[in-house]
Each structure stands twice: as C-alpha cells, then as structure tokens.
Design a protein around this ligand. Structure first.
Ligand code: MTE
Length: 320
C-alpha cells in the first residue's frame, strides 16, 4: 500500500479508498493464482509453518461454540497472504519475507506491577493454559475485515499466572525488538518496538484472547507467531503480534501508532461505523474474499459483550 518515507497510516486518499485496497489485494492474489494456473511453480507461497514446532501436537484444539460467527471463514491462504506486520515491511506481502522471524526459543517477560517479575518460555506457558478454538471477526482500521479461526487462551488465564498487584490499571504488550529478525525495524522513523495496551477490565474480558494458533495449527509467522493478542471489538492494530513482554502498569500505555500519529490513532480504538477516520469512512468494510462490502458493526459486532466496559465514558474519545 505505501512504502518508505510515509509515516503511520499516511496513505493518500486514493490509496485509502476501499476500491484501491481491493485492487491492490487482487493484484497480489492474481500473481499467485496465475502461476498456479499456468502450472509454473508459484513464486509465492505461505511462509513455512511446517518447521518442527514443539507445540504442534496441541492442535487442532477443541472449538468453543460460544464464539461462532454468522459469516463464512476467510480462506487460510487469503488471510495468510494479506497481513500487516511492519517489522517485515509496509505492504501486505509479509508472507514472502517473514522467514527471518525465529520463534524458538521464545521467552516472554512479565514485569511491572506484579507480585514477582518473571520470564516464561512459550512452551512452558502452553503447558499451563487450556487452548481452545474461537471464530472471531477481525476489523482493520484500513476498512477491511476477515473472519479467523484462532486458537489460544483467554488473556485472563495469563493474568492469573502473572499475578498483578491490585493497583495495576493497564496491561502493556511489547513485540520483539531485533532488526535482524524484523528488518522493518531498521526504518528509524517508526517508534519501535511495537507497543499496545489495554485497561485491566478490557484485558480481563472473556473475549480478549492470547492467540498461538490459527486454522487448526500453530500460528504461521505472518500472523505474529508464536504468540499474539486479539481484541475483536477494537481495530486490528490493537492486536500486537509476536509478543515478548507483558507489563502491568498504572499509566496508560502509548501505543505504536499513537506515538507516530496521535491525531489519528489513540489508545481506545473501539470499532464504530459512525466515527470516521480523519481520512476515510469507517461505515463499511471490505470482507476479504467477497466482492461486496459489508456494513461495519458497532464494537465490530461484540457490543453485547463489551459495551458495559465503556459506560459513563460517552463524552470521551473511545473511538480513536
Ligand atoms: N503487531 C506488530 N507487532 N506489528 C504490526 O505491524 N499490525 C497490526 C496488528 N498487529 C501489527 C501488529 C495491524 S494494523 C493489524 S490490522 C493486525 O496486526 C493484522 O493482523 P493480521 O495480519 O493477522 O490480519
């Protein structure tokens, strides 16, 4: 979509239009489909998820039927070839260059306002939680959406392991910082590492998921292996990928996009079709793989589960 020298979501109005997004994605997919049809070896393929993954035996996990959808799932290939992961580039073709991400060993630091700071390896963590599959909507602030069969465990299970102090008000998530692994981090005008944050109440909500798998397998690298967040009622940028640090704090964390462009991105980022992004409408979304746009839903369709979290905050900018 946009390359160097542009900051944040500084896409031009033309590029920001849904039509342009649609054409852009089509051209990517068209290249792969063309290669397949002509019988040539496709030059693009999903990043290798087949690498020996010590957690592979945990998948597929049992589906939790409390989290289903009224929409078809987005095809795995389509989803895996259209990603945002700025550590690996500013376009959507992350799958072509994500091999430098090494997901083992992988340690997550838990610190800040906790009884005792600690580090935990991903495979140790996986032994302490119960994985389940959930079908979730995913709505990007760029006005496209997907439906994904994530596998993971509720963030609140990790919070129980972390034992935060009662005075902690927020959870802060940090992605790895290693420009050799994520060459996009050599672009010095971005405020690396990628940071996101939630209130404790948001973090404890049933819907807030730590994701370790998708489509019945360990996470493909472009999805943010080996562990990412997914907060389905917020714009996708809240769902930090490849997390290495989780901190508890009493200060509202400043996230990556907010640090870059606070006039357009804030802490809350709750989905609301009635509140436009300063440069484009959020009323509808392009459902990847479909030719027709769908209306965007308040809280991305999860109002029943989360609207109460924001009672009394009506006057505040909870939509940015
Ligand atoms: N996490 C990191 N570390 N880096 C990123 O660039 N992009 C965010 C979010 N998490 C991003 C990230 C954005 S803008 C979106 S829409 C989602 O990841 C995309 O997730 P997906 O590629 O699995 O669809």
């Amino acid at each position: 979509m946009h390359y160097f020298r542009r900051k944040g979501w500084e896409i031009s109005e033309r590029e920001a239009t849904p039509e342009a997004l649609f054409l852009d994605r089509r051209s990517v997919l068209g290249a792969g489909a063309g290669a397949l049809l002509s019988g040539l070896t496709p030059t693009i393929a999903l990043a290798a998820t087949e690498e020996a993954d010590p957690s592979a035996a945990l998948y597929p996990a049992k589906r939790n039927d409390a989290f289903t959808l009224d929409r078809e799932l987005t095809a795995e290939k389509l989803n895996g070839q259209y990603n945002n992961f700025y550590e690996f580039g500013t376009d959507k073709r992350i799958f072509t260059r994500v091999d430098t991400l090494k997901t083992r060993p992988w340690t997550i630091k838990i610190d800040g306002m906790v009884e005792k700071a600690r580090e935990i390896g991903i495979d140790d963590l996986l032994k302490q939680v119960q994985l389940e599959e959930r079908l979730y909507r995913h709505r990007c602030v760029e006005a496209w959406s997907m439906t994904v069969p994530w596998t993971g465990f509720p963030l609140k299970a990790l919070i129980a392991i972390a034992k935060p102090l009662a005075s902690a008000k927020y959870v802060r998530f940090e992605t790895f910082l290693d420009p050799k692994m994520g060459p996009g981090q050599k672009l010095s005008w971005y405020p690396w590492p990628y940071v996101e944050g939630l209130t404790m109440a948001e973090a404890m909500n049933d819907l807030t998921l730590m994701v370790t798998g998708a489509y019945g397998k360990p996470l493909a690298k472009q999805f943010g292996a080996p562990i990412r967040l997914h907060v389905p009622w917020k714009y996708g940028f809240k769902s930090a990928k490849s997390i290495t640090r989780i901190s508890f704090t009493d200060e509202q964390p400043k996230n990556f996009w907010q640090s870059l462009q606070a006039s357009e991105y804030g802490f809350w980022a709750n989905v609301n079709p009635a509140v436009a992004h300063p440069r484009w409408s959020q009323a509808t979304e392009e459902v990847l793989g479909k030719s027709e746009r769908a209306p965007t839903l308040l809280f991305n369709g999860y109002a029943e589960q989360v609207a109460d979290l924001y009672k009394g905050m009506e006057g505040q900018k909870i939509w940015f």
